[in-house]
Ligand binder design. Sequence first.
Ligand code: 9D3
Length: 253
Amino acid sequence: MQFVVLTLFPELFDTFQNHGMIRRAVELQKISLQTIQIRDFAEGRHRVTDDRPYGGGPGMVMKPEPVAGAMRSALKMAPDARRIHLTPQGRPFSNTMARQLAKEKELILLCGRYEGIDERICRNFIDDEVSIGDYILTGGELAAMVVIDAVSRFIPGVLGCADSSEDDSFSDCLLEHAHYTRPFEFEGDPVPEVLLSGDHGKIGHWRLQSSLMRTFFKRKDLLIDHALTAEELKIMEGWQKEIQSIIDFQQKE
Ligand code: 9D3
């Protein structure tokens, strides 16, 4: 996957590119990440990229010509790219969207600053508008990094051991089970015995219980939105019986 980012702050991508999974993916040539400085396509001695909004009001708007210039330059590098504008007005980004985008060969990510980009760019140079959630950022750059990170995980060979196919079914529905590593006892707090038993059937069942319980307490919405398996329903019926027996015991005064 070739990512091309259009931004007024290309330096923001330096540390992102040079660490962890993204760096490894670049080294393995699973992805490439290029940035284009929109200001390089601005005219005049001062290379101005913003201007006052028609109709008045506070803030500044990104001028269309430099963005169009940067986009045409990006399209020379990535002619078949899906062109994505990171904007608070976009479709909410999700793991499902990340998996879809991972099928593309090239992505161009346009990052806005100020109040936004001239509408004629949004209308004529963009395939998709994406938001990463309902909170206000100062620009699209962090959102672009979020998209690159989440999309890259779905590109075969980018993740080390944990495979992304697992994400397809399981982790979209339930939260992950609890994790433990050595030492066996940390500040008086031991690891659950079952994880040392070597019985993979029991361990699998414990992890499913852990997943369900964490999802129930932290994200009930996930239990309602997704169909539960027979095993998951059985675990929850077990809890229901245990809770009911405690209630019954307490109520017989
Ligand atoms: C506070 C200014 N807002 C109303 C006057 C409009 C506004 C403009 C530009 C709010 C945020 C931004 C900059 N944000 C992004 O470019 C952005 C973003 C976000 O803010 N939240 C979630 N996803 C995204 S993707 C790009």
